[in-house]
Each structure stands twice: as C-alpha cells, then as structure tokens.
Design a binder for this molecule. Structure first.
Ligand SMILES: [Zn+2]
Ligand SMILES: [Zn+2]
Length: 302
C-alpha cells in the first residue's frame, strides 16, 4: 500500500514561535503534493523537510487571515527564480483569489501558470486515486476544513487469472480493470473476470481543520478518519479567549475526535501562550486518548 505522508511544516497559530512556524500541512501521495495553507516561512520549512518546494501541484487556503496565506508570495517568487514550468492551482475562499492574484501579478509576476479556484462545500478536487472535499467552519471570516479521501479499493487485478483466460498482456488489462468490456475470440470479458475482490478495502481518510469553533459538521466529515488534524489554539483555562477569537480548545478538539470515532487526533495551530505543549496534550487526553501534539517538520505516514 502506497503510504500517505503528512508533514507538519508548521504548528503555531497567529505568531511564529522559536520552535514552531505558522501552521501548515503537506500531504504527499503517489507523486501528488498538496499544501494546506501557505503562511509566512512555508518555503523555508519546505527546504528543511524531505520535500521539494518546486513539486507542489495544489494549494488550499483555508481562510484569508495573514497567518494562513502570506507565504504564497515569497514561495512563488522563489519558484519563478527557479523557473518552474508546471501549473500551480490555488484554492481560495470566495474573494480570496482576487486579493492573491492582485499581489502576485503586480509584485511577483510568476513565470508559470497559476490557476485560481473558489472553495465551495463539496468535492473540489478529484484525481485517479483520491478526492478532496471542503466544508465550512466557524471563524470570523469565511473558512473551510478539508477532507482528503483515498478512493475505495474495490479489489486488485489478478494477473494469473487474466493470463489463464487467454487475455493478452498489455493495455487490455488496465481497460478491463477500469470497467470496460473486452471481446477476445468471440468471448466477452469484464472487470469481474480479472479482479480479486477479497482484497477490497475502504480508502484512507484525513481531515484537516484549521481555525474554528468546534462544529458538528467536522464530526460528520471526519467520521472514522485515519487522522483528524484539528486546531487547538487554547486550553480549557483560556476558553474565554477561544470563544472571543472563534478558535477551539484542545479539550474541544478531543471531543470532536471522540464523536467522530477517528483513529488518531493530531493537534496543531497552538497559541504562543501554550508553547509548552504539555497542557494542550493533557487537555485533549481528557476527551480522547489517541492524541498527539504535532511538532514542526514531524511526518506521519499512514
Ligand atoms: Zn490561524
Ligand atoms: Zn484565522
């Protein structure tokens, strides 16, 4: 099984900390690199990671607060100096694309194509192997959470069976797997003839939830997820602050994880007040046991 790698490029909220850059996550799967938020310093963090800053195809900006998108300009300027050729797609909330576009085209002038897509509820990206869905969060500006879902595996191709049936090796195999019916010597073959369905499994799921008060929809969207990445700006003692600034406490993130029955909760977007992550961890643990607090440049593979 191809691993899905989740790299925390940064884990701090609002301001950078000595040991933490602004919150941003890179998801890497089968050659696709998806960047969730691009705050200041992201390109430097990419350089420190095992990933190339040149090889990201899609960027998802959760909302237009400075600590979530200001890194786009410097990063794109570097890629322009390095003469990137490939298109970059930037997903941004309504109104966000215009702001980014203006700054990019007036100041940075990228040498490669940049495509802008507005984030709406539902499926925003679909590839051969996975899809990304967006859903609204509750923050003081329009903000979205994201769900990365690997396609369910219906079964695996059984080469021996195909050879036994006399189907010649080559492109016919992938056409059959894709669901096409093929006629050979007067006999028609279909997907079921060459698949081993005993190896069926549902696709892996990762939910990424940045700035928000806890919302019910996260529970539904992250149901059974392998990993829920949730913001935990504050601890319970600072609940007033969380309510005021529309953020979550670690305990609240734990409650969401518990209700959604996820396999693992990873907390990020920590306030500088909670630089000592121990309290964040202890708070969340009261609601949900399988919790970790992400560190910068930490990678989780599932
Ligand atoms: Zn933030
Ligand atoms: Zn925010």
């Amino acid at each position: 099984m191809e691993p899905i790698k989740i790299t925390f490029l940064g884990t701090s909220g609002s301001t950078p900390q000595k040991e933490r850059n602004f919150a941003s996550v890179l998801l890497s799967f089968r050659g696709d690199n998806l960047l969730f938020d691009c705050p200041e310093g992201t390109q430097k963090q990419l350089m420190l990671s095992e990933h190339s800053l040149m090889k990201i195809q899609n960027v998802f900006i959760s909302h237009m607060h400075a600590d979530h998108f200001l890194g786009l300009f410097g990063w794109i300027a570097t890629m322009t100096l390095n003469q990137r050729k490939e298109k970059l797609v930037i997903f941004a909330p309504r109104g966000g694309a215009e702001k980014i576009k203006k700054m990019l085209h007036e100041v940075v002038r990228p040498c490669f194509e940049v495509e802008y897509k507005e984030i709406k509820r539902g499926k925003i990206l679909e590839t051969k192997f996975f899809e990304v869905n967006a859903f609204p969060l509750k923050h003081d500006v329009r903000c979205h959470g994201f769900v990365f879902k690997e396609n369910d595996k219906e079964g695996t191709f059984d080469r021996k069976r195909a050879e036994k049936l006399g189907i010649p090796p080559g492109p016919l195999y992938s056409r059959l797997v894709a669901g096409e019916k093929i006629k050979i010597n007067g006999k028609t073959f279909s997907q079921k003839d060459v698949m081993d369905y005993s190896r069926k499994r549902s696709g892996r799921k990762i939910a990424i939830v940045s700035d928000t008060r806890p919302v019910k929809e996260t529970v539904a969207q992250a149901k059974g997820a392998d990993v829920l990445i949730h913001e935990a700006t504050f601890i319970e003692e600072q609940k007033e602050k969380a309510l005021e600034s529309l953020h979550s406490t670690a305990f609240e993130a734990g409650e969401i994880a518990k209700k959604a029955k996820v396999k693992q909760l990873v907390l990020f977007h920590l306030s500088a007040r909670n630089a000592d992550e121990k309290k964040i961890f202890e708070d969340a643990k009261k609601a949900f046991g399988k919790t970790i607090v992400a560190k910068d440049l930490e990678t989780i593979s599932i």
